[in-house]
Write a protein that binds this ligand. Structure first.
Ligand SMILES: Nc1nc2c(ncn2[C@@H]2O[C@H](COP(=O)(O)OP(=O)(O)OP(=O)(O)O)[C@@H](O)[C@H]2O)c(=O)[nH]1
Ligand SMILES: [Mg+2]
Length: 311
């Protein structure tokens, strides 16, 4: 195991580039860490488990290298076809990366869910393995030490890094450590790009994020979103006018539709307002957002509906 460290002064380090995948239980902070390292909101995050549903690539550009972060859905015991597909997706992803960043949170004791995932990592002997202890701002010193001891006993890690993606404690260190483990390689992505997600996919995710906020019980899992259409309100104007975006929020049952719309449409208006602000920030221009709520019966268990939503 190498100690986490940062180097200075050496101006002749070879350029390195490669892929690191963050894996772990739902809600441990993989997407928050991805965003913090990239320095831009690439992946949506929420306090609800199973927020991420696709493999999302974020690119970190450094003077001496390029890190392509592959954020993945949290691995959990699947209860639906969607859950099964997401777990399978993570396994496929791990076969292609140079480094696996196994994320465990400092504020919950390492448990069977973490051990299950750690055991799966044996199937990827080629990848280097780094243990990342997340959310250290939420734990006391003794808890952190105990958790690091448990983590250290799991395997001979290439590195172990405790950090906080919220306070940015040790954020630079994890970047250095991961880059050091990458192969020597020219850049793999252009200097401007921070992700290869399409704009529509990012917009749909921001809408789902706004809808997740405040959703309770089973509702978060039942939500999906898609962009249906974009229309330039004033296509011939000198300055870009409003961009009209027409999007749908999907739920699984009629009763859920009512909850999302709220009394007199109040909840949906709030969701639209919040999502619009995020979308305007992403696109750097003013947006008119029109949201419709649709019922797609039990889509998480229906292969056809899953296909329609891109899973
Ligand atoms: N205090 C604190 N909270 C954090 C930190 N990292 C993430 N969180 C919070 O933890 C929650 C889950 O974060 P996510 O990044 O969505 O977790 P995830 O591992 O991507 O979750 P899934 O996509 O469901 O697998 C959110 O409420 C974050 O704000 C951290 O370093 N400190
Ligand atoms: Mg996530």
């Amino acid at each position: 195991m190498v100690e986490a460290h940062s180097e200075g002064g050496d101006t002749h380090r070879p350029f390195r580039a490669g892929f690191v995948s963050f894996v772990g239980r739902p809600n441990v902070g993989k997407s928050t860490l991805t965003n913090a390292l990239v320095g831009e909101k690439i992946a949506i995050t929420s306090s609800k488990p199973q927020t991420t549903r696709r493999v999302i690539r974020g690119i970190v550009h450094r003077e001496d290298g390029q890190l392509i972060i592959v954020d993945t859905p949290g691995i959990h015991r699947p209860r639906t076809l969607l859950g099964e597909r997401l777990n399978a997706l993570v396994e496929t992803t791990l076969g292609d990366v140079d480094v696996i960043g196994f994320c465990v949170t400092a504020n919950e004791k390492l448990g069977p869910g973490d051990r299950f995932i750690n055991d799966r990592l044996n199937d990827f002997p080629r990848a280097k393995k780094v243990a990342i202890l997340t959310k250290v701002d939420q734990a006391g010193r003794s808890e952190i030490i105990e958790q690091l001891t448990l983590l250290g006993a799991l395997r001979d890690w290439d590195a172990v890094v405790p950090l906080s993606a919220v306070t940015h404690e040790q954020l630079d260190v994890v970047g250095e450590v991961l880059l050091d483990l990458m192969p020597e390689s020219p850049p793999l992505y252009e200097a401007e790009s921070t992700t290869d997600e399409s704009e529509d996919d990012r917009i749909a995710e921001l809408i789902r994020e706004a809808t997740l906020e405040g959703a309770r019980e089973e509702l978060p899992h039942s939500l999906a979103a898609s962009v249906d259409d974009r229309v330039e309100r004033d296509p011939n104007g000198d300055v870009p006018g409003l961009l009209e975006i027409y999007a749908s929020i999907y739920v699984e049952r009629d009763s859920q539709k009512g909850i999302i719309i709220g009394k007199g449409g109040s909840r949906l208006r709030e969701i639209g307002e919040q999502a619009r602000k995020q979308i305007e920030q992403l696109l750097g221009r003013r947006v008119y957002l029109s949201l419709r709520v649709k019922v797609l019966k039990d889509w998480q268990r229906d292969p056809k509906a899953l296909g329609r939503l891109g899973f």
